[in-house]
Design a protein around this ligand. Structure first.
Ligand code: GDP
Ligand code: MG
Length: 691
């Protein structure tokens, strides 16, 4: 096991095309993890191992890769840059200790880089920035450096700057060490030589060095005194001071290079080790004990592990991507799933290198690894040692807001289709599959159009199932506005045995009157005694199951309270099956007698925009049934928070781009379900019937 202080758990965040994959390839090459460089345009880059990523040239799934560099162990958790994959971004941010932001030296700070950067701010993740592609025509380090300071983080300091521009970009000046690095192109820049900084670049060097020392002395009193007394500062002193300031999110160091031309990536790897924190730098983490938050310091005798991702592998079965927060886990150990209370044996511990693996005997706190063995574990759950009474805070995933109908291309493929979709849903906590009882249709739902498209692609490429898909639609729910009662008696002979149950239920609508809570609720007026606990449980499950399909279009029902008013059993003839079916049927029938309508998903949209466009954006959102709830001035831009129905947001990204000349950006997350206005209800019915 690596020393804990030598571990770096990092993510690489970038706008699509900034060069994340190319940079990662270089990192893997220099660390000896790969021996041949794969280029993105050849379609064989190691990190882009999923087929559709190679197809689209973008990186979607968070693969993790472990490598070593100068005694340090670096775990890179790949972080996607597209908003449709927020769940992937969020879960990698949750387990990272630090991140590298990659920027294009030509494009600079694009709106999407702002989104991911802002997301990482919410998790207080220390970062360094790398300005890439400085060999390209139009590249300008100084401009991008200023943009980063203006739009992302005021306290950014350049610890490097380029010598020469565009095609003449020839070396990188190290502002801390006071040397210029030149790279040997023969071996992908593996040989790097330090030379004296050319006289012509000395003014620039002194300027950047002064900016760096000024920034440091503002946050480091000891260093300031030394500077005031004009003492010589050692390289180690500056590095230590900058490390501390980066870790405390007081300063963000900026580096530069050209990954494609093999310039600067090795220095970036040094900087990851020098400035980004190790797991030891955080001495405590947040846990829940009986629902209450408290701090917990890692302890050898208390293994606590977060499962941040689940993947089904064709050969190994269920892979659990984990981060160990406390204690040690050995191969063969039995841990308890804190959410289910079940024991789970860790059969294998793996270190992942993109799509290859190494077996480990043990992992300790701070490690990121992959477990094989546990079956009954989902994303976000905590595995812990016996006697550990805490769990890690849940990972929150937004609800699906877009759905579409899927059907097999050949009838015989139905079972394979549904089976494959269910497996994909097991891996992805934001993807859902449902079989519509009445129409027999399969409906899938997820976070956005691209999200569903990618899953359909995987269906074909990984499972070999061809499917026809319908148009993406808003994932509406059904609900009722008043209440209704229904009595159902079930009496049938099944396989020579009698099954009997009689129940009376009442359903009432909970939505409206300002209620935001669209969960279904269940109450029983029937006590244990008149019914066995097993029959009561079966009735409850049946009743809630009766909400799976609503009376209008068989969409799931939400925001309903169900009461079991009466229940009757017959000695020797009643069964759980009978109570479950009777309750389910009674609820279905009661729902169709109540006044039904739709619920629509509402998202919380956060728009960031330069002030000059804010007026137009708000006017536009108001026209889309949006409710602006907050406007804040964030210095370089304004933040507008707005609640908007998903149905109004198809194609909104393009619209926002036009409204703001590409300067505004938006992120959104599911907020709640809300009753639809009458006009919208009629429109939904018309559209769905005519479909
Ligand atoms: P990602 O989308 O962030 O993963 O970006 P990629 O690594 O896939 O790079 C996008 C494109 O930019 C590819 O065609 C790369 O070859 C190219 N590219 C990456 N880094 C550089 C660089 O430093 N200089 C130049 N000129 N092109 C680069
Ligand atoms: Mg990529």
């Amino acid at each position: 096991m690596a020393k804990r202080e030598d571990i770096r758990n990092i993510g690489i965040m970038a706008h699509i095309d900034a060069g994340k994959t190319t940079t990662t390839e270089r990192i893997l090459f220099y660390s000896g993890r790969i021996h041949r460089m794969g280029e993105v345009h050849d379609g064989n880059a190691t990190m882009d191992w999923m087929e559709q990523e190679q197809d689209r040239g973008i990186t979607i799934t968070s693969a993790v890769t472990t490598l070593s560099w100068k005694k340090r162990q670096i775990n890179i958790i790949d972080t996607p840059g597209h908003v449709d994959f927020t769940a992937e971004v969020e879960r990698s941010l949750r387990v990272l200790d630090g991140a590298v932001g990659v920027f294009c030296g030509v494009g600079g700070v694009e709106p999407q880089s702002e989104t991911v950067w802002a997301q990482s701010e919410r998790y207080n993740i220390p970062k360094i920035a790398y300005v890439n592609k400085l060999d390209r025509v139009g590249a300008d380090f100084e401009r991008v450096f200023k943009e980063i300071k203006q739009r992302l983080v005021e306290n950014a300091v350049a610890i490097q700057f380029p010598l020469g521009k565009e095609a003449d970009f020839e070396a990188i000046v190290d502002v801390i060490r006071g040397v210029a690095y030149y790279f040997d192109q023969e071996e992908y820049g593996s040989k790097m030589v330090a030379r004296e900084i050319p006289a012509a670049a000395m003014d620039e060097y002194h300027l950047y060095r002064e900016l760096l020392l000024d920034a440091l002395s503002e946050v480091d009193d000891a260093l300031m005194e030394k500077i005031l007394e004009e003492e010589e500062l050692s390289e180690a002193e500056i590095v230590a001071s900058l490390r501390k300031a980066t870790k405390n999110l007081q300063i963000t160091p900026i580096l530069c290079g050209s990954s494609l031309k093999n310039m600067g990536v090795r220095l970036l790897m040094d900087a990851i080790g020098d400035f980004l924190p190790s797991p030891v730098d955080k001495s405590e983490f947040l846990v829940l004990e009986n629902g209450e938050q408290k701090s917990f310091a890692p302890r050898d005798d208390a293994p606590i592990v977060l499962v941040y991702k689940v993947q089904i592998d064709k050969h190994m079965g269920k892979l659990l991507y984990v981060r160990v927060y406390s204690g040690k886990v050995k191969k063969g150990d039995v841990l308890i799933n804190r959410q289910t209370g079940k024991k789970e044996k860790i059969m294998r511990i793996l270190q992942m290198h993109s799509n290859k693996t190494t077996d480990l005997n043990e992992v300790g706190y701070g490690d990121i690894a992959t477990f094989v063995g546990p079956k009954d574990v989902e994303t976000g759950q905590t595995l812990a040692g016996r006697g550990v009474s805490v769990e890690l805070p849940k990972m929150n995933f937004p609800e699906a807001v877009i759905s579409m109908v899927v059907e097999p291309q050949t009838k015989g493929d139905y079972d394979r289709l549904i089976g494959s979709l269910k497996r994909l849903a097991e891996e992805d906590p934001t993807f859902f599959v449902r079989e519509d009882e009445n129409s027999g249709q399969i409906v899938i739902s997820g976070m956005g159009e691209l999200h569903l498209e990618v899953l359909i692609y995987r269906l074909k490429s990984e499972f070999g199932v061809q499917a026809n898909v319908g148009k993406p639609q808003v994932a509406y729910r059904e609900t009722i506005l008043n209440s209704a009662e229904y009595t159902e008696e079930f009496a049938r002979e099944i396989k020579g045995k009698n099954h009997y149950a009689k129940v009376k239920v009442r359903v009432s609508g909970l939505m409206g009157g300002g209620s935001d809570d669209s969960q279904n609720k269940y109450e029983s007026a029937v006590g244990v005694g008149s019914l066995t606990p097993e029959f009561l449980k079966a009735a409850e499950e049946g009743a809630l199951g009766g909400c799976a399909a609503g009376p209008i279009f068989s969409w799931p029902v939400r925001g309903v309270k169900i009461e079991l008013l009466e229940a009757q059993m017959k000695e020797g003839e009643s069964s759980e099956l009978a109570f479950s079916i009777a309750a389910s049927t009674a609820v279905s029938r009661a729902l169709s007698e109540a006044k039904a309508t739709f619920l629509e998903p509402i998202v919380k949209a956060v728009v960031l925009s330069p002030e000059e466009y804010v007026g137009d954006i708000i006017a536009d959102l108001n026209g889309k049934r949006g409710k602006v709830v907050d406007i804040q001035n964030l210095g370089v831009r304004q933040q507008v928070i707005c609640e908007v129905p998903v149905s109004e947001l198809f194609g909104y990204t393009t619209r926002l781009r036009n409204l703001s000349k590409g300067r505004a950006l938006m992120s959104m997350e599911f907020l709640k379900y809300d009753l639809v206005p009458t006009k919208v209800k009629e429109a939904i019915i018309e559209k769905t019937r005519g479909y």
